[in-house]
Design a protein around this ligand. Structure first.
Ligand SMILES: Cc1cc2nc3c(=O)[nH]c(=O)nc-3n(C[C@H](O)[C@H](O)[C@H](O)COP(=O)(O)OP(=O)(O)OC[C@H]3O[C@@H](n4cnc5c(N)ncnc54)[C@H](O)[C@@H]3O)c2cc1C
Length: 435
């Protein structure tokens, strides 16, 4: 019985699996297995909403098993792809291991944070790539407010109340915009903190924000953030992060306890180490059919693959592209099994959207640029529609309604870190220890 194994339950992996279930509905002989580290899919466009307290954390992560009918789900961390033995080595949370054989393999393991070898960034900044990251960031911001409330030293208070985002893409702009909203909504609970005290800085290496949208919209975002009091530093990189400060280049040292690192992605070294052909950035090299170069039985897509465009460039690492690539991978796998020819990937993105907080967003919908409230409404409508599953859609819609009507919730959530990064509490403690 042919066995198709899909690695990664994100935008790409879940879409491939669901579409394969449909494509192969008359072919019961094929076995499907989806392997992923968690039993949910992180719907990344909503992570800033989790960090900014607009929605309940678990509502941003649809459960994978809820979407699978015929495919088997296997929770575990892929440790190795053994190309010679055609098997995948998977580690379980209890330390056990499984060796899973495959006939066809789909690699959709996404990306990891790229710290660009910036000293201190991996240890002292916060990511926004996973549910853990979003919860940790929310908790940390609340912890800094609690500390600022009882800290008489003005310099220490200023550092506690400064949030710096590194990176002018979706995660940096949306993350900072929603954190700003969250802090302002939380301030009534902290009467000793004056509204002018919290400071928000967005540093982008690039001379413009949101390169995915029209340049005019990028300028609109700069003006909108500045109008809300954000210091936007363009053409500025974060050169170092320490326990109490970030060093900007140019710009010098900014005392801060909160650096949101949203300055780029890299591909997990596991793929290169497994002997797959990769680019200099570590992304898997694929043919236009999305088959791995030199391995027709393997497909790679999404953020972990370098998908060629006509003209030599590659498709951007976006959820929209990953989902479109996934549809083609499922179709091509079905064609491969049926002995039919495979199709190349061609896709024109439908548009881009970015929420910047305070009922504002920017959107590029085809040729139509939108900004302000209409774009914000479009943002919410589009992502509500795209969020998999009716129950998650309803929960998120209800969260948004309640957040608009009720005071914000400042309860810190107990977090059990699920990876090897220090927890928010441990980071704060280590900062205090070093201070
Ligand atoms: C904060 C934020 C906001 C974003 N907003 C947008 C947006 O508005 N629009 C847009 O188009 N794009 C957006 N993106 C980009 C988008 O999230 C990615 O392009 C998209 O997730 C890529 O899909 P993927 O399936 O390749 O990877 P992912 O969705 O990251 O999925 C990878 C999966 O593989 C699993 N995995 C990884 N390593 C292992 C392992 N070793 N073993 C087992 N499982 C593993 C992960 O747990 C995950 O489930 C945003 C990204 C971020 C971080």
């Amino acid at each position: 019985m042919p066995h198709i194994v899909i690695l990664g339950g994100g935008f790409a992996g879940l879409t491939v699996t669901r579409r394969l279930e449909r494509r192969l509905r008359h072919n019961a002989a094929v076995q499907l297995t989806l392997i992923s580290r968690q039993n949910y899919m992180a719907f990344t466009p909503l992570l800033a909403e989790v960090a900014g307290n607009s929605i309940e954390p678990r509502h941003a992560v649809p459960p994978l098993r809820g979407f699978l009918h015929r495919a088997r789900f296997h929770e575990g961390t892929v440790q190795q792809i053994d190309l010679a033995a055609r098997q995948v080595v998977v580690a379980h949370s209890d330390g056990g291991q499984a060796h899973i054989p495959y006939d066809e393999l789909v690699i959709a393991l996404g990306a990891v944070t790229n710290y660009h070898r910036t000293p201190g960034a991996a240890d002292y900044s916060f990511d926004l790539k996973s549910l853990d990251d979003a919860i940790r960031l929310r908790n940390h911001v609340l912890a800094t407010l609690e500390l600022a409330d009882v800290t008489p030293d003005p310099a220490e208070r200023a550092a506690l109340l400064t949030v710096l985002a590194a990176g002018g893409g979706y995660a940096g702009v949306e993350g900072l915009g929603l954190l700003l909203d969250f802090v302002r909504r939380a301030l009534p609970f902290y009467p000793s903190i004056q509204p002018h005290e919290p400071r928000f800085i967005l540093a982008s290496h690039s001379p413009r924000l949101l390169e995915q949208v029209d340049e005019r919209l990028g300028r609109y975002v700069v003006r909108a953030l500045q109008a809300r009091g954000v210091e936007v530093r363009l053409g500025v990189s974060v050169a170092e992060v320490s326990a109490d400060a970030a060093t900007l280049n140019p710009g010098g040292t900014v005392p801060t306890r909160t650096v949101l690192w949203a300055a780029g992605i890299a591909v997990t070294p596991l793929l290169r180490e497994s002997g797959l052909p990769t680019t200099e950035h570590g992304a898997v090299q694929v043919a236009p059919t999305l088959q791995v170069v030199g391995h027709p039985e393997l497909f790679a897509l999404g953020d972990c693959a370098a998908v060629p465009k006509a003209g030599g460039a590659t498709y951007a690492p976006t959820a929209q592209n990953a989902t479109a690539e996934a549809r083609l991978v499922a179709d091509n796998l079905a064609a491969l099994l049926a002995g039919r020819p495979l199709r190349p990937f061609r896709y024109r993105p439908l548009g881009s959207l970015a929420a910047i907080g305070s009922y504002e967003a920017v959107a590029q919908l085809g040729w139509l640029p939108l900004a302000g409230l209409p774009a914000w409404l479009a943002w919410r409508a589009v992502y509500l529609l795209k969020l998999p599953g009716l129950s998650r859609k309803l929960r998120v819609a209800l969260d948004w309604l309640l957040e608009a009507l009720l005071p914000t919730d400042i309860v810190q959530l107990p977090v059990q870190p699920s990876d090897d990064r220090p927890s928010e509490g441990a980071q704060l403690r280590s900062r205090e220890h070093q201070a």
